[in-house]
Write a protein that binds this ligand. Structure first.
Ligand SMILES: [Zn+2]
Length: 288
């Protein structure tokens, strides 16, 4: 399989269909992406470019349950000015997320709910799109179900958070009355729920899919790529690496017990896998 996977695979979790989309690519410093892990180890997983950056995908998801159409995560969309694209190695694909959803046979007007693990711009930038120089919700009829604490930081970021959030690209969601704020563990729709982890951000939550006894889990940036599954392979971008470690300690046994399909947002290769455990060590492998 190519190191850089460009497909949009569909995974079945019971009666739920999860389609991994591709908003584009992002290249971030490899040392930062792998935190305390030495380069001699991480470069075997993801090779660095001449600027020591690793190239990663952004893979929003179209999730169809028997009752509802939901979009999870949104890519960068139009949130980051193009003059910053070179710094972050941003290569976008296609016009906006709604067109990607349409390409999967779903009218964007029929998307009913949107959820996000957190609101950093590489995850939330596609929640709205630019139309004639103004941001508008990408899905005009959707309710955006988001974590209250994450929203409050994103809309009014302190100096600590400023570089990570793009509030102007988010505000139209509340201005248009499409925002529903929830706190902690909460259901998005039947079969899709938030599992609060913190760690990567103060209010980060992973998202579970559950149907007919089968499970899937979307890790957001708690575990951004398959290579980040080992317990200590935690990104230096995490605002609280210790909390990320503890969240993984709580989460991984549940992932194993449920034999959950695992979805990795930034994985450059095939983005769906399963978790494996050798004695006390966790890893994952891609599964088609
Ligand atoms: Zn990210």
């Amino acid at each position: 399989m190519s190191a850089y996977y460009t497909g949009t695979p569909e995974t079945r979790i019971g009666a739920i269909r999860v389609t991994s989309l591709l908003d584009g690519w992002l290249s971030l410093d490899g040392g930062a992406m792998y935190g305390i892990v030495p380069k001699t180890l991480w470069e075997k997983a993801l090779p660095a470019d001449q600027n020591n950056r690793v190239k990663m995908a952004m893979r929003p998801m179209l999730v169809r349950t028997p009752q509802h159409v939901v979009v999870v995560e949104s890519g960068i969309g139009h949130a980051v000015p193009t003059d910053l694209h070179e710094r972050y190695g941003i290569e976008r694909i296609g016009p906006a997320l709604d067109e990607q959803v349409r390409a999967q046979g779903v009218d964007p007007a029929d998307v009913e709910f949107v959820a996000c693990t957190h609101l950093h711009w590489d995850h939330s930038g596609g929640l709205c799109k630019l139309v004639d120089g103004k941001y508008l919700p990408t899905f005009p009829n959707a309710t955006y179900v988001l974590q209250r604490g994450e929203w409050e930081i994103a809309i009014n970021p302190s100096n600590l958070h400023k570089a990570s959030y793009t509030p102007e690209s988010l505000k139209p969601i509340s201005e248009r009355g499409q925002l529903k704020l929830i706190e902690g563990n909460a259901q998005v729709v039947p079969g899709i729920r938030y599992d609060f982890t913190a760690g990567h951000t103060e209010n980060h939550a992973v998202i579970w899919f559950e149907s007919n006894g089968e499970s899937g889990v979307f890790f957001g940036d708690l575990v951004p790529t398959i290579s980040h599954v080992p317990m200590a392979w935690i990104s230096a971008y995490d605002i609280n690496a210790g909390a990320s470690y503890h969240a993984r300690e709580g989460l991984y046994p549940n992932v194993m017990a449920a034999n959950a399909r695992c979805f990795f947002y930034h994985e450059p290769g095939y983005p769906v896998g399963r978790m494996l455990r050798d004695k006390s060590k966790y890893r994952a492998e891609a599964v088609g």
